[in-house]
Design a protein around this ligand. Structure first.
Ligand code: 6PG
Length: 264
């Protein structure tokens, strides 16, 4: 039981999910500050940055509810091999949805983008991004896996997360921290992604999945044997109670997995 992920289902995204997501992120931030005075977070693209920004840019309601971006280090859980100004870039999305909206009296987080020098070669890009992680998380040979304080991920309609797609050989990777993919079923084809072991090593993992379009896949992930082998299911299986799902009722309709109330 204790190994089960938390599945939160909220009536409304803006009024219920967003404040609960804020509490979850700020608890992770405050715990990380106590541990090492920095908050290392990996974020995905898709619909996540918009919801996350609503949570993070809401007004503070007390001492435990303060965002301190000056001590945030933001990484990409996955990124597309396109220029940082391209409309497919996850960084561009995060900038537009979140970073550019941070009020000028607040600090900006430190953001680790891909190196545009390697756009042509996804493998080179992955190696380069891994080097950036090594520089932050200490030498590769002294740390088996980087430990993010929090990973904030989305869930695709096929059960993919990051750029780890169902039945893809990348799911079997045990060594590399950052992987390249040249045949992503979701365009654009060339991407880099954190590996499954890196995701599982995170201190906390939060999924955000909202809207009726997620209903079928959530049912599959939480209720079927096949679903537990999908990338999102593998995260649930491998990281158990470290995982929390922030969903709305439209996404969880008919999912029999025991609902948990809320974080707040
Ligand atoms: O770069 C990407 O393509 C994303 O990181 C991807 O993993 C996303 O999180 C899911 O596809 C869910 O996306 P939605 O939340 O938009 O459904």
């Amino acid at each position: 039981m204790g190994r089960q992920p938390n599945l939160y289902s909220f009536a409304d995204v803006d009024n219920d999910l967003v404040p609960n997501l804020r509490k979850f992120v700020l608890d992770a931030q405050n715990e990380a500050f106590k541990r090492h005075d920095v908050f290392r977070v990996a974020v995905s693209g898709g619909s996540l940055p918009k919801t996350l920004a609503k949570a993070l840019l809401a007004p503070s309601s007390g001492e435990d509810d303060k965002v301190d971006f000056s001590k945030w280090e933001v990484f990409y859980a996955d990124e597309r091999c396109v220029p940082l100004t391209h409309e497919d870039s996850n960084h561009k999305l995060v900038q537009e949805e979140w970073l550019n909206k941070i009020p000028s009296d607040m600090a900006q987080p430190k953001v680790f983008t891909i190196d545009e020098k390697h756009l042509e070669d996804a493998q080179e890009m992955a190696e380069e991004y891994e080097k950036r992680l090594v520089a932050v998380f200490a030498a590769r040979d002294s740390v088996r896996l980087p430990q993010f304080d929090l990973l904030l991920l989305g869930c695709g309609p096929d059960g993919h997360t990051c750029s780890l797609f169902p039945e893809h050989p990348l799911l079997r990777e045990t060594d590399a921290w950052v992987l390249s993919i040249a045949d992503s079923p979701k365009p654009p084809a060339k991407r880099i992604t954190l590996s499954l072991p890196v995701v599982l090593a995170g201190t906390k993992i939060g999924f955000v999945a909202t809207g009726g379009g997620k209903k079928e896949i959530l049912k599959k992930i939480f209720e079927t044997e096949d679903g537990s082998k999908l990338p999102c299911g593998l995260v649930n299986e491998g990281a158990g109670e470290k995982v929390s799902w922030f969903c709305d009722q439209a996404a969880t309709e008919g999912v029999a997995f025991p609902r948990r109330g809320s974080v707040i």
